[in-house]
Design a protein around this ligand. Structure first.
Ligand code: SAM
Length: 443
């Protein structure tokens, strides 16, 4: 049983009245757990066949499912290595459902690490348009990049930049912006003891000040008619309805829209949604706003520098892919990147990665990168070997071992699990030399 702070309990009692008893009773139950299917990698039936447990649909997104109790170590499953699913409490997928990214949109996820919502946005963009994922804390931005790579996002930029600097430079560029704000985390109380011990009314107030400042930046980044979704995982009205009201007072050119979803329940601002544990989720607030004013600002396009050794880039693409690559390739130091189309100016924005890392240049050759295979479909690659999710070969591959393959396979070859790309190796004489990154291997 979680030991809830008394001030928190008093406030929740005032807010929930006759439902307060039901709310408290939830804290005697285990928290909800879930996974989200990544359609960039496979369909639901392929994933279901590979999972060693059944999953139940959740109301917060068509991609989201509840895990049964007692499932452990799902991060070790081959389909997790392959990015076919992301581990996410189901109600956390609700904010992106409200944001509703469509293929071709330009989307900014301003507070993005570790990447639950960014990977969901990437799934819904389906490889078209642009996802800009930003995380101000540099160490957390690396985890974000790793998660986006695993999920095969090819049209993403990952940066670690202060929102004010980023949104100033990219003013007017985005169709949709998500602010999944740092908050007091009251909705995490069942899952994370630290959220309980760090909670105080002073912290709640400090979070609200910070949230307004982040929204102030986010507003700049939007085009006219652009959509801003503000979400938190806390119950406090000061950080939720209070922040939205404060923002609207300062921005009469923004309008609070109906969230357009039926999960959870109306918030005190009835267009917005709240999710309580009684609604099947841990605790969230989601508001959708539209910028009704013009934004005359727009960043300059990124002028892609010509690769110093274009032949090497061409040769690598020819070796890996069946069809010619149409996206621009950039050489950055010793790295070759396959960039998304129509990038805005990238410089001085803490960009860690734009597009996918294709390979690293060695003396007179290029070694392909793991990310190049993760973002590919098997039928786009010249050479692929696929193993079943329960085969000894895939378990050995994910541990970093050399494995036996058909002797006909030669050179760099993608490795798939049930037809979903999960890495690569180099084949010769019926053996595949393992290139699965050391930091990702299972032990
Ligand atoms: N959207 C993420 C996901 O779904 O995985 C979770 C984001 S978490 C709720 C909020 C993030 O905001 C944290 O990663 C935190 O480091 C970041 N953050 C902290 N202070 C910030 C600030 N002043 N501006 C922007 N982001 C901040």
């Amino acid at each position: 049983m979680v030991l809830l702070p008394q001030e928190f309990k008093n406030r929740m009692k005032d807010m929930l009245r006759e439902e307060y008893g039901a709310f408290l009773a939830e804290y005697e139950k285990p928290h909800f757990r879930g996974i989200r299917l990544n359609p960039l990698k496979c369909g639901e039936s392929v994933l279901r066949r590979a999972l060693p447990f059944p999953v139940e649909p959740a109301p917060f997104s068509p991609l989201s499912f509840y895990l049964p109790g007692g499932t452990e170590k799902i991060g070790l499953l081959p389909m997790h290595h392959a990015g076919a699913f992301y581990s996410q409490e189901p109600s956390a997928s609700g904010a992106v459902t409200v944001l509703a990214p469509r293929p071709g949109d330009t989307v900014l996820d301003l507070c993005a690490a570790p990447g639950g919502k960014s990977t969901q946005i990437a799934s819904l963009l389906g490889g078209r348009g642009l996802l800009w994922s930003n995380e101000v804390v540099r160490g957390r931005a690396s985890v974000l990049l790793s998660n986006l790579e695993r999920c095969g996002a090819a049209n993403a930029v990952v940066s670690s930049c202060h929102p004010e600097v980023l949104c100033g430079a990219l003013a007017g560029f985005f169709d949709k912006v998500l602010v999944d704000a740092p908050c007091s985390g009251e909705g995490m109380f069942r899952r994370d003891e630290k959220a309980v011990t760090e909670w105080s009314t002073a912290h709640v107030q400090a979070c609200a000040v910070r949230q307004l400042a982040i929204l102030e930046s986010a507003a700049q980044a939007l085009k006219e008619n652009g959509i801003l979704v503000y979400s938190t995982c806390t119950f406090s009205p000061g950080e939720n309805e209070g922040v939205v009201r404060g923002f609207l007072t300062r921005h009469p050119d923004f309008e609070l829209l109906d969230s357009g979803v039926s999960f959870g329940r109306p918030a005190a601002l009835p267009q917005a949604r709240r999710i309580y544990p009684m609604d099947g989720g841990e605790g969230h607030f989601i508001a959708r706003l539209r910028r009704n004013s013009q934004n005359r600002a727009f960043p300059a396009p990124y002028a892609v520098p010509k690769p110093a050794k274009p032949d090497l880039a061409q040769e690598l693409c020819g070796r890996l892919y069946r069809r010619p690559v149409s996206r621009p390739v950039q050489q950055l130091g010793g790295s070759l990147l396959l960039l998304p189309e129509n990038l805005p100016e990238l410089r001085n924005l803490g960009v860690i990665r734009a597009g996918i890392l294709l390979g690293e240049m060695k003396t007179n050759r290029v070694e392909p990168a793991h990310a190049a295979f993760m973002a590919a479909k098997p039928d786009e690659l010249n050479s692929v070997v696929s193993f079943s999710h329960d085969s000894p070969e895939i378990a050995a591959f994910l541990r970093g071992e050399e494995i036996a393959v058909p002797v006909s396979l030669k050179g760099y070859t993608g490795v798939a699990v049930d037809g979903v790309m999960t890495g690569f190796g180099k084949c010769s004489g019926g053996r595949l030399k393992n290139h699965y990154p050391k930091g990702l291997r299972s032990h």
